[in-house]
Design a protein around this ligand. Structure first.
Ligand code: ADP
Ligand code: F6P
Length: 321
């Protein structure tokens, strides 16, 4: 291939810049031209392009967000929009495309591949909810940010003998919630994947409270998909008499400098995407399996079911007090 495009799509994630940089540098060093497409599929349809040279991606590996911007593009959800995308690729001579985003973005990439534009999906989302990969770019940074915020919350929670009910992101997935709960020594993680019993949580809190057993702070981590954070805080307060506050961490989890892990995984995944395109291979998702970077057919990858981190959940339950 002589000319490829790269775009970021869906929710941004720390490490997307590192992935774009790796795509660009790997492609340029193979003599390919690289076109940056701004705002995902929106920018493809609107022809928002930037020429990417080696220096264009200098000084971005450590930056959060995505310098290509990102967007959601309803038009690309139907084949008419995808056909327009194909026509734009042909108009500017793009022979392949790297799509950095979540599973929605990959469905668009699959549709574009089916029309003859080879696309490679690189998983970029803090949620770690893409079926065929153990890891998605941004997950580690988001968890570190959430842990940092909850450590701060714990200080004030403890001073007031309170309970903090903290909502973390993850869309419908509880991967962030469980790991962050472990890393902050929380009392429980409340997720959609495992049933939860507020009465049991409340009974344990009453038993270990400062009056009974000297515990001055309680942290309950709630996955956003549960959608009940304020209610849980109110109900826990009613059940235990322990003053409770709800905190929704929100989009702060999507920002900030990517961690070492995110920079390295993003670089390896972006590099692998270009290796595939340079061999003329498209319609693949780059992922991580058993800790190693691999690739899988796009439709097959999207049809997989991702196991929940049941063991980590059980470890949390057994080590919380
Ligand atoms: P993510 O990629 O993070 O999962 P979205 O689900 O919002 O985020 O998808 C990002 C974009 O991918 C959408 O705005 C749309 O342009 C495209 N997309 C999503 N779902 C599909 C689909 N089923 N078919 C084609 N394109 C899709
Ligand atoms: O997919 C990343 C994510 O941050 C989810 O955790 C969250 O549910 C969603 O995106 C929020 O989307 P928006 O940026 O549209 O508010």
């Amino acid at each position: 291939m002589k000319k490829i495009g790269v775009l970021t799509s869906g929710g941004d994630a720390p490490g997307m810049n590192a992935a774009v940089r790796a795509v660009a540098r790997a492609a340029l060093s193979r003599g390919m031209e690289v076109v940056g497409i701004q705002r995902g599929y929106v920018g493809l349809l609107n022809r928002e392009f930037v020429e990417i040279k080696a220096t264009t991606v200098s000084g971005i590996i450590q930056r959060g967000g995505t310098f290509l911007y990102t967007a959601r593009c309803p038009e690309f959800r139907n084949m008419e929009g995808v056909k327009k995308g194909k026509a734009v690729c042909e108009e500017i001579g793009l022979e392949g495309l790297v799509v950095i985003g979540g599973d929605g973005s990959f469905r668009g990439a699959g549709d574009l591949s089916s029309l003859g534009i080879p696309c490679i999906g690189v998983p970029g989302t803090i949620d770690n909810d893409i079926q065929c990969t153990e890891y998605t770019i941004g997950y580690d940074t988001a968890m570190n940010t959430a842990v940092e915020m909850i450590d701060k919350l714990r200080d004030t929670t403890q001073s007031h003998d309170r309970c903090s009910v903290v909502e973390v992101m993850g869309r419908r997935a509880g991967y962030i919630a469980v790991n962050v709960a472990i890393a902050t020594g929380a009392e429980a993680a409340i997720t959609l994947e495992r049933p939860y019993d507020l009465n049991a949580i409340a009974a344990k809190m009453t038993k270990t409270s400062s009056q009974k057993d000297g515990k001055h702070h309680f942290i309950l981590v709630v996955a956003e998909g549960v959608g009940q954070t304020e209610n849980i805080a109110r109900e826990i307060q009613e059940m235990t008499g322990i003053e409770s506050r709800a905190t929704i961490l929100g989009h702060v989890q999507r920002g900030g400098a990517p961690t070492v892990r995110d920079r390295i995984v993003a670089t390896e995944m972006g590099y692998h995407a270009v290796e595939l395109l340079s061999e003329g291979i498209g319609n693949r998702i780059v992922g991580m399996k058993d800790g190693k970077i691999y690739d899988i057919d796009l439709q097959e990858g999207l049809a997989m079911k991702k196991p929940f981190i049941d063991r980590m959940y059980d470890i949390l339950v057994d080590t919380a007090y």
